[in-house]
Design a protein around this ligand. Structure first.
Ligand SMILES: Cc1ncc(COP(=O)(O)O)c(C=O)c1O
Length: 431
C-alpha cells in the first residue's frame, strides 16, 4: 500500500510545508490510503514517478489532457507562445482567436470571457445571473461540484464526497442561505423547491453530465424538465461544462442533449492542461460584464497567452470531430470489456468513465443520484486501486472521481486496464 521510497520522503517533507502535503485535496490519497506517488512528468498516456516507475494514466490530470500528456502540437504552440513572452496584461490576438473558434461553433455561446479556472468561471457566471435577474438565490443539485466558490461548497461531490462532512467549513451562514439544493433525477422535488422560492432564484446550475460523485448520467427527460422549469420560473439555466465541455463533443453536453443553456462554464479541456476557465452565453447577459456592463470581473493573468495558445491548439485538433470518434471507440471497448462482470459496474459517456465496485454484491446499476451508490463503493475501490497502482495503472485516487481517456490511449491500453481489473476482481470479492 505504500508509495515508493522517494515519494514517501517527499510526502513527509510536503506535509511539513503544505496542508496535507498537497495543493488540491484528492491528490493526497486520503480516499484510498497510502502515499501519493510524486510524478515527475507525463508523455502520451503515461505518467512517470520520482522512483522511475511508469504508469498507464487514466486520470489525465482530472480531465484537461484530452490529447494526452505533452502532446506535440500543444507543446509546440505553447513553446512558440513562451518565446514571444508569457504574460502581457494587454489586449492580445490569442484569446480573440480562441473566442472566435468557440463562439463560431457553439451558437449559444455568443460571447465568452476567459478566466483562470473552472471555479472562477462558475463564480463569475453566478454573479452575472444575479445581476441579470435581480434575484439572489442559486439552485444547485446534490452531488454536483462547481468548484470551490463559497456558495457552491454544499453537497458538492469531488473531494467533498470523501470528506467527513458533506459541506465545507468556513462558509458564512448568509452565503449558505442563498444556495438551494435539489436532488438529481427528481422533477417533482425540483418543481416543489422552485415553487416554494418563487421569484427568488436567479439561476439553476447543473453539471448536465454529473461527473463528480462518480458518473451519474441523468435521464434526458429530467434535463429537459430542468430547462423547462428554469424558464417557467424565470431562472437562468447554467450548464457547468467544466468536465463535459469539449470532452463529450466540441459543443459539450449541450450539443449532445439539444438543450440550450443561458450561460455555460468551461475549464479543463479548454486550456489544454494550462490554467484556463471561461464563461459565456447569450450576448445580452455577457454584455453585463465589465467593462461593457456593471458586473465586475477581472484577472491579472486572465487570457494568459501561453494558456490561450495551448487551448487553441487543443480545440483546433478537436474541431473536426475525429478525436471524439476515436475516443468513443476506445470508451466502448472498455465498456464491453467490463460489462456483465459481477460486483463491478462501469458507467460511461464518451471518454469519461467511472468504475464502481461493490464487495457486498449489492445491485449497482442504474446510478443517477449519490444516494443510489453502493455504501461500500469507497472501500471497495481502495481495494482495487492499490493493486492496479502496483501493476502500473493510475486511476484517480478516489472512488468518486471519474476516469478519462485521451487520444494518446490505444486499444492495447484499454485492454490492459480491463484485464487488470478482471484479474483482480475475484481476489477483491473474497476479501
Ligand atoms: C463540473 C466542475 N465545475 C467546476 C470545477 C472547478 O474547476 P477548477 O478545479 O478548475 O477550479 C470542476 C473541477 O473539477 C468541475 O468538475
Amino acid at each position: 500500500m505504500s508509495g515508493g521510497s522517494r515519494s514517501e520522503e517527499l510526502f513527509l517533507r510536503a506535509r511539513r510545508v503544505s496542508p496535507g502535503g498537497v495543493h488540491s485535496p484528492v491528490r493526497a490519497f486520503r480516499g484510498v490510503g497510502g502515499t501519493p506517488r510524486f510524478m515527475t512528468g507525463g508523455a502520451g498516456a503515461c505518467l512517470h514517478d520520482v522512483d522511475g516507475r511508469e504508469y498507464l494514466d487514466f486520470c489525465m490530470a482530472f480531465g484537461p489532457l484530452i490529447l494526452g500528456h505533452a502532446d506535440r502540437g500543444v507543446r509546440r504552440a505553447a513553446e512558440t507562445a513562451l518565446a514571444r513572452g508569457w504574460s502581457l496584461g494587454t489586449a492580445e490576438p490569442y484569446s480573440l482567436e480562441l473566442a472566435e473558434l468557440i463562439t463560431g461553433r457553439v451558437p449559444w455561446v455568443e460571447s465568452i470571457r476567459f478566466v483562470n479556472s473552472g471555479t472562477e468561471a462558475v463564480m463569475s457566471a453566478l454573479r452575472v445571473a444575479r445581476a441579470a435577474s435581480g434575484r439572489s438565490k442559486i439552485l444547485k443539485f446534490e452531488g454536483c461540484y462547481h468548484g470551490h466558490t463559497d456558495s457552491m461548497l454544499l453537497r458538492a461531490g469531488s473531494g467533498l464526497a470523501e470528506a467527513p462532512l458533506p459541506d465545507s467549513a468556513g462558509l458564512a451562514p448568509d452565503v449558505v442561505q442563498q444556495t438551494l439544493i435539489a436532488p438529481l433525477d427528481d422533477e417533482a422535488a425540483l418543481e416543489a423547491l422552485l415553487t416554494r422560492h418563487a421569484g427568488e432564484i436567479a439561476a439553476i446550475i447543473i453539471e448536465p453530465l454529473p461527473a463528480n460523485y462518480g458518473l451519474l448520467p441523468q435521464r434526458p427527460q429530467f434535463l429537459q424538465a430542468v430547462a423547462r422549469l428554469a424558464r417557467a420560473h424565470g431562472a437562468l439555466l447554467i450548464f457547468d461544462e467544466v468536465i463535459s465541455g469539449f470532452r463529450l463533443s466540441f459543443q459539450g453536453y449541450a450539443g449532445v442533449s439539444g438543450i440550450r443553456p443561458d450561460l455555460t462554464t468551461y475549464g479543463k479541456v479548454i486550456g489544454g492542461g494550462f490554467p484556463v476557465g471561461a464563461y459565456g452565453g447569450r450576448r445580452e447577459l455577457m454584455e453585463l460584464v465589465a467593462p461593457a456592463g456593471p458586473v465586475y470581473q477581472a484577472g491579472t493573468l486572465s487570457a494568459n497567452p501561453l494558456a490561450m495558445c495551448a487551448g487553441l491548439a487543443t480545440l483546433q485538433r478537436l474541431a473536426d470531430g475525429s478525436v471524439y470518434q476515436q475516443l468513443e471507440e476506445l470508451g466502448a471497448r472498455l465498456e464491453r470489456g467490463l460489462s456483465g462482470v459481477p460486483g463491478l459496474a462501469i458507467q460511461r459517456a464518451g471518454s469519461v468513465f467511472w468504475i464502481c465496485s461493490s464487495r457486498a454484491g449489492a445491485p449497482i446499476t442504474p446510478m443517477r443520484t449519490p444516494l443510489s451508490l453502493p455504501a461500500d463503493a469507497g472501500a471497495s475501490f481502495a481495494a482495487l486501486f492499490h493493486p492496479l497502482l502496483e501493476r502500473g495503472i493510475y486511476l484517480a485516487p478516489s472512488a468518486f472521481e471519474v476516469g478519462f481517456l485521451s487520444a494518446a490511449h490505444t486499444e492495447a491500453h484499454i485492454d490492459t486496464l480491463a484485464q487488470a481489473l478482471l484479474a483482480l476482481l475475484p481476489a477483491t470479492d473474497r476479501q
